[in-house]
Design a protein around this ligand. Structure first.
Ligand code: FMN
Length: 335
């Protein structure tokens, strides 16, 4: 199992890095693609904002250019069908190979505008959005959703059947309800029930933390593919590793320390060039902390991070990263 057919002509790989707002931006996507991540999805983009075509929103939807063979999915957020349609047209002009509609975001600022997971409470509207896009847009239309709004309203199965009848090409399900946000465990066995009810490819998402858990998730859910979110923070290579394990049975070695060091520095440089020095430095801090927290070290991580957070001179930041990672005998890679 390595690829899935999402319409009569388009085939894509079955491993996805999850869209994560504020995280899977252009630099993160490019870096994870260098490690073999086979699909790229941009973080959700509000249709309303994309229509305005301002520079910062277009940057969020920027397509990687160095490897056009990697499919690019643009995820749109919204509830007004005409606005979403306009945003979808701009996305296709921007190079999107697939348009994904967000029906799962639990954030209050999104659901209070009746978008994201709120669309699961308005099945007629959800269906009308997909019908319109399928009619007017010439690339596959996919959906990402949760199990339902709360445990008394788990409507993912009837809704996904309706969306399939409307022309949806693929469904990703995060195995929690909106009410759970990120609490509790993702319910992989519930995802398997969805698989019994739809024919379009189903991608399982939620709590996949390693290559072994990806395999276990596929076994339980019987899904056609997997999507990896938080486990890829500080580990942009994880989707690529999962891809080569589940498809080619190759278990890649952990990244050597100098690769991790070079990746952090490249990521840092890309953030500065995308966002400018001040904002780039600010954004880089969470990424540096995720990379470092994945290492097994007795060296004082907190002291290192607090020192690097104070530093804004890019040359000094890079040299601090290098000296912390490469001249430190007390760092081991997590097994
Ligand atoms: C910080 C953050 C931002 C997220 N942003 C998005 C988003 O833009 N679009 C989306 O569909 N899901 C978003 N999600 C949800 C993830 O795509 C994924 O469904 C969720 O994290 C569960 O997968 P995981 O357990 O592998 O992290 C976000 C999650 C996090 C933690």
């Amino acid at each position: 199992m390595s690829s899935i057919k999402i319409n009569s002509s388009k085939t894509i790989s079955n491993v996805f890095l999850a869209p994560m707002s504020g995280i899977t931006d252009y630099p993160f996507r490019v870096i994870s693609s260098k490690f073999g991540n086979p699909n790229l999805i941009c973080e959700m983009i509000a249709s309303k904002e994309l229509i305005k075509k301002d520079k910062s929103t277009l940057l969020r939807a920027k397509k990687h250019t160095d490897n056009n063979n990697i499919p690019f999915l643009i995820q749109l957020l919204g509830r007004n069908p005409d606005e979403i349609l306009e945003a979808a047209k701009i996305s296709v002009d921007n190079g999107a190979d697939v348009i994904d509609i967000n029906m799962g975001c639990p954030a209050k600022k999104v659901t209070s505008g009746d978008a994201g997971a709120s669309l699961m409470r308005e099945p007629k509207l959800a269906v009308s959005i997909i019908e319109l896009l399928v009619k007017k847009i010439n690339v596959p239309i996919t959906v990402k959703m949760r199990l339902g709004w709360d445990k008394d309203n788990m409507n993912v199965i009837p809704l996904s059947k309706d969306l399939e009848s409307s022309g949806m090409s693929m469904l990703t399900v995060h195995g929690r309800t909106r009410d759970q946000f990120y609490n509790g465990l993702a319910d992989w066995s519930y995802i398997s029930k969805i698989k019994d009810n739809i024919k379009v490819p189903l991608i399982a998402n939620g709590d996949i933390s390693s290559i072994d858990s990806a395999k276990e998730c596929l076994r339980i859910t019987k899904a056609d593919g997997v999507m990896i979110g938080r486990a890829a923070l500080g580990a942009p290579w994880l989707p690529g590793q999962i891809q080569s394990y589940i498809n080619d049975n190759i278990k890649q070695e952990d990244q050597p320390l100098n690769t991790i060091c070079n990746t952090i520095i490249t990521h840092y440089e890309m953030l500065l060039s995308c966002y400018g020095i001040e904002r780039g430095n600010r954004i880089s801090r969470k990424h540096i902390s995720w990379y470092i927290s994945k290492l097994n070290t007795t060296h004082d991580v907190k002291v290192f991070l607090s020192e690097i957070y104070k530093q804004t001179n890019p040359i000094k930041v890079k040299s601090m990263i290098k000296s912390y990672l490469l001249s430190n005998n007390e760092i081991y890679l997590n097994g």
